[in-house]
Design a protein around this ligand. Sequence first.
Ligand SMILES: *Cc1c(COP(=O)(O)O)cnc(C)c1O
Length: 841
Amino acid sequence: MPTDRETMYNAASISKILKGELLQDAGAPEIAHILLDSRKLIFPETSLFIPIVSTRRNAHQYIPELYEKGVRNFLVSEHLPLELYPDANIILVKDTLQALQTLVAWHRQQFHIPVIGITGSNGKTIVKEWLFQLLEKDYNIVRSPKSYNSQTGVPLSVWQMEAANQLAIFEAGISQPGEMEHLEKIIRPTIGIFTNIGEAHNEGFLNRRQKINEKLVLFAKSDVLIYSKDYLELNECVLQFHSQIGKRDNQQGLQLLAWSRKTDADLRIISVDKDHACTRIDALYQNAPIYISIPFVDEGSVENAIHCWALMLYMGIDHQVIRQRMDLLGNIAMRLELKQGINNSSIINDSYNSDLGSLAIALDFLQQQQQHPTRTVILSDILQSGRSDASLYEEVAGMLKKKGIHRLIGIGKNISRETRAFQDIPGLKSQFFPTMEAFIQQFSQQDFQHETILLKGARAFKFERIGKLLEHKVHQTILEINLSAIAHNVKQYQALLKPETKVMAMVKAFSYGSGSFEIANLLQFHGIDYLTVAYADEGVELRRAGITMPIMVMNPEPSSFDAILQWNLEPEIYSLLLLQQFEEEVRTSGKTDFPIHVKLDTGMHRLGFDKKDIPALARILTENGQLKVKSIFSHLAASEDPAMDEFTRRQGRLFYEMSHELQKALGYIGIRHIANSAAIQRHPDLQLDMVRLGIGMYGIDSGNGEMQEKLQNVSTLKTTIAQLKYLSEGETVGYGATWAAPGPAVIATVRIGYADGYPRSLSNGVGKMLVRGQLAPVAGIVAMDMLMLDVTHIPEVAEGDEVIVFGQQLPVQQIASWAGTIPYEILTGISQRVKRIYFEE
Ligand SMILES: *Cc1c(COP(=O)(O)O)cnc(C)c1O
């Protein structure tokens, strides 16, 4: 593959940089890519695989598979049986993560360009993307893809630096003390931006000051630091940090460029005026009045824009130019959205930028989607300068090939000129249009069906227009599901498990209301061991959508046995009658060793075999070979309740006895499991061979609350205001006229009712929703499709405003508690007519 890299690497040179041991030298092919995640393999020949070792997973296990797929360069911290990998280069180091960081820090040192490093609690990614928008005309810029800011994300970002780049922008995030020191060496920013410091989660740190000081480490060698003085604690820490590092040998020391809305500063903000869609910001800089205007009105955007402004001033960009570009700032899509499309298709909309880094991420998400036979990419010209088109599109073609894309629609002059790059990819059909207009003119709905379509376009192409043609119209009440948060939550629970403990993920009841194959795809991708559904038809739906992992069915009815056998689902067997019925069905089918899961009743008294049934159960199971016990399990009745811990322990002991007896009689050992979400955390001794993770994965700690701060919010239910009503004192609202205005009142009618799953018991002030960040109580009785809120106290309220029913700021636990129920019931009760939108951050 052609490369513009200034520095060329191969195994020998990397081994030297790392002072590693080249255990096996199979020649010196060029290494251009670093691979950390075996699932993300695109370029086997030119990749170096670096297996990261965590307590949970040792990625050395993927080496055989990657060798099979053509990877020939490995950086390892364990000895390998070299004879199995005869033509691979193998470098041995002590610690692979450290080696990765050292290698990339070395790479960074080869470049002498301005590097902007961004840290802070919020806004890092937006500031980075805005700076890219604001400066791309002046510089060839390399930047972190999406929000790659972790201990592994930063090295992958910085590794992208190449000779053509004139400016680099990287973000850095940390979760515990000591981490920033590593990131500092890798990024080595010349210009720093500290966006802000939030109230939330000091988790991992003693307090906020410790967190700030740790973050400041990023700027230990920078020339300048841009920050806002208005965060008082941050300002104090910055000044202290500044005097500590003082003047360094033969260097200028750190210059501070502070801005403030309240007090004297290098960039003194004088006024911030909002009209309905724009904000004008006036300031004094070096004693001269200047201003910008941005097409946003929220406070976060104002702060982010001022950071960008300060940076542009520091870089000496003309006021006029700054103003023009600020006017044109665009939305940043922080997430990849998955929506339902026309003709039974799924749409992934990522139409705000196009560069190779973000294309690779979007293709990964596309590859996870198993629900349709065809995967299509609609791709605009890639506007990444400094590369010849031929090499750029060859690389794109390589990615499409590796990801098994079936269909490419290329839009734009450049990609249309490089059609040859895509011609010889087996199984790829391609079509090209020189302009958006040409594509839209030819567009026919019939050309798109039963496929997953990725829209990936540079901003200038306005791919939103294609989105409009392909996406189902969603009505204004939607449930947003954060897939990255689910993955994060699963990891939090996994961290509590022994490495060998398996995880069964509960996706019953439409994944607790959040979706079917969308969630299962994610869990399959993340290597969860088992899925569980309540009924066979839920399992069939997952199979039809391409889910291949084992699926347990908790309520197998005789009428569904057919489907269970046909689709390879695995029934829970809880009674002798069910066992006999199912065994007969399997015998007729001629199958043997069909997997089943035996449910024991240890005190829940819902479903399951009693102790006295075990001899008979074991006899039937051993007499013939139709069935094979994959697992033995039971369910805890009160694992979340400390007052019931003795009861739970008794259940555990009984399960031990019963499962042991059954295992002995069977002569083999199946997987044993009893713990649900709360038990994973509260009863570690009950994790056994597998756990069944349910509500915790969806972001809710059903235990003692200690997990809650580690979990991320998954679901956000939102709607909009349809109409505002201005009432006089005494006028009433809704059915039965049960609510009367205590004085002049403003009432907002919103588009959600009990048919959407909002409980009627929340009528008349029992329930509240968030409007413009403030709580607004329900006024009157909740109707079928609508309800009214009292918004009298929210002055700027307007028709069309977004209303949060529950989400990050208003947890579903709160709604449940108002309604006198549990979050499970609220979540699973959100009706199917509420459209789900899925996204990855
Ligand atoms: C629903 C369910 C779970 C999961 O419970 P959570 O409290 O959501 O973790 C586990 N096991 C069985 C048998 C279940 O029905």
